[in-house]
Design a protein around this ligand. Structure first.
Ligand code: SF4
Ligand code: SF4
Length: 153
């Protein structure tokens, strides 16, 4: 179910543009509001829905899920750290879902640009950039040679 933007609610902050893995959320140069340039390429990850501070992004339901006359409203609640889905079917039935979207406060996760640039020596290790700090561990778990099975010789 691809996303679309309520232009009256969007303030053009660009959060959805930055977070979209499919690079399909763009800012219209004339209106300065976001829009989904290619709904067919939407991964339906809803990262943009969760990231939008204005709750300006919604989801267009597929016909098997929410036939004509339906509405699907997605609301991000920063205080409760939840995302709520309100689905109204065309016969008036309503379903509400609420799920937690994170376990840490908003703004508490460091951006990759806040970390020091990895050194050249870091390329020789098996750790990815900023590991193990970003995994909240002291070091990656590793097997010692005596834990490895001896193969048939
Ligand atoms: Fe991009 Fe995901 Fe939003 Fe689709 S749901 S527009 S892929 S961020
Ligand atoms: Fe508009 Fe929301 Fe995207 Fe910001 S994150 S540009 S308010 S749709």
């Amino acid at each position: 179910m691809p996303t679309f933007v309520y232009m009256a609610s969007c303030d053009g902050c660009g959060e959805c543009v930055d977070i979209c893995p499919s690079d399909i959320m763009h800012i219209d140069p004339t209106t300065r509001r976001a829009f989904n340039i290619e709904p067919n390429f939407c991964w339906e990850c809803y990262a943009c829905v969760k990231a939008c501070p204005q709750n300006a992004i919604d989801v267009r339901g597929y016909s098997d899920f929410a036939p004509l006359g339906h509405s699907v409203r997605v609301i991000r609640d920063e205080e409760k750290s939840t995302i709520a889905w309100k689905i109204i079917f065309r016969d008036g039935r309503e379903k509400n879902f609420e799920s937690p979207i994170r376990t840490t406060p908003w703004g508490s996760i460091k951006s990759p640009s806040d970390y020091d640039v990895p050194s050249q020596d870091a390329f020789k290790t098996q750790e990815l950039a900023h590991e193990p700090e970003t995994l909240n561990i002291d070091k990656l778990p590793a097997l010692s040679p005596d834990q490895l099975k001896v193969g048939v010789v």
